[in-house]
Design a protein around this ligand. Structure first.
Ligand SMILES: Nc1ncnc2c1ncn2[C@@H]1O[C@H](COP(=O)(O)OP(=O)(O)OP(=O)(O)O)[C@@H](O)[C@H]1O
Ligand SMILES: [Mg+2]
Length: 233
């Protein structure tokens, strides 16, 4: 059973948040490379990727039978599985965990879908508090410009079509993302998220992130060339 309010352990947990197209995955991949090059053991975890729940969520999405409640609960189950199976063990062993989206994604999306804000927060109370939670703040049109040009067709739930905002999937996506962006702005204050200006160049943002992460690495173990754990700095 998940114990309430688990401790971080000896490791560090760094998470990235923001609307679609804000540049989270780009920045996290660069951060991961930087950490690995320095010998830190890094575990990567991604939203909606747990082997336990993925198929159920996929079936629900493909058949369009997920409601706001079941959408919320399946994603919470996914998060719980990754927390217990991946995130907690890696942190307890003193490693770095990088998470592409975290509970704040649920706080934004589920609330936009009409789930009670306190309910979602209570549901995720088993979540480990991150060492650093970055929020990539970007105007809606910038994010839309980045993704609508270069990506495959939007999916039903991704565009928030279940909310009935518009029959046009692109328009629905815009309206849905706008509401999610409003939630992120509130969340950044509520949880003290570390705001990054995501309109800056990839390099500038990465330099800022590394400067913020660096002091948090003090005392974190590294792997030696032979794969052994060491505390050498
Ligand atoms: N600072 C930037 N300036 C210009 N383009 C960028 C910047 N950062 C990322 N991009 C580009 O924007 C697109 C979306 O970036 P990315 O996949 O990192 O976003 P994301 O926040 O992870 O989106 P999603 O939530 O959909 O996974 C990619 O094509 C990426 O190369
Ligand atoms: Mg991404």
């Amino acid at each position: 059973m998940v114990k309430a309010l688990p401790q971080l352990g000896a490791g560090r947990l760094i998470v990235v948040e923001g609307i679609d197209g804000s540049g989270k995955s780009t920045q996290l991949a660069l951060l991961q490379r930087w950490l690995v090059n320095q010998g830190y053991p890094v575990r990567f975890s991604e939203w909606n990727s747990s082997a336990l729940v993925k198929q159920i969520t996929k079936r629900g999405k493909d058949r369009r039978i997920l409601t706001a409640t079941t959408f919320c609960l399946t994603h919470a189950a996914d998060f719980a599985d990754r927390t217990e199976r991946d995130i907690l063990p890696a942190l307890r062993s003193g490693g770095m965990v990088l998470s592409d989206r975290y509970m704040y994604t649920a706080f934004a999306r589920d609330v936009v879908r009409g789930v009670e804000p306190n309910y979602v927060r209570q549901l995720y109370r088993f979540a480990i508090k991150p060492t650093l939670a970055f929020y990539y703040r970007v105007p809606l049109e910038v994010a839309l410009g980045r993704i609508l040009g270069g990506r495959n067709a939007l999916k039903y739930y991704e565009a928030g079509m279940d909310l009935g905002l518009s029959d046009d999937i692109e328009e629905s996506f815009r309206l849905f993302q706008r509401r999610i962006l409003q939630q992120y702005e509130l969340l950044s204050k509520e949880f003290g998220l570390m705001v990054i200006d995501a309109t800056l160049s990839i390099e500038e943002q990465q330099a800022q992130m590394r400067a913020i992460v660096k002091p948090k690495l003090e005392g974190v173990k590294r792997l030696s060339k032979h794969g052994k754990v060491s505390l050498l700095r």
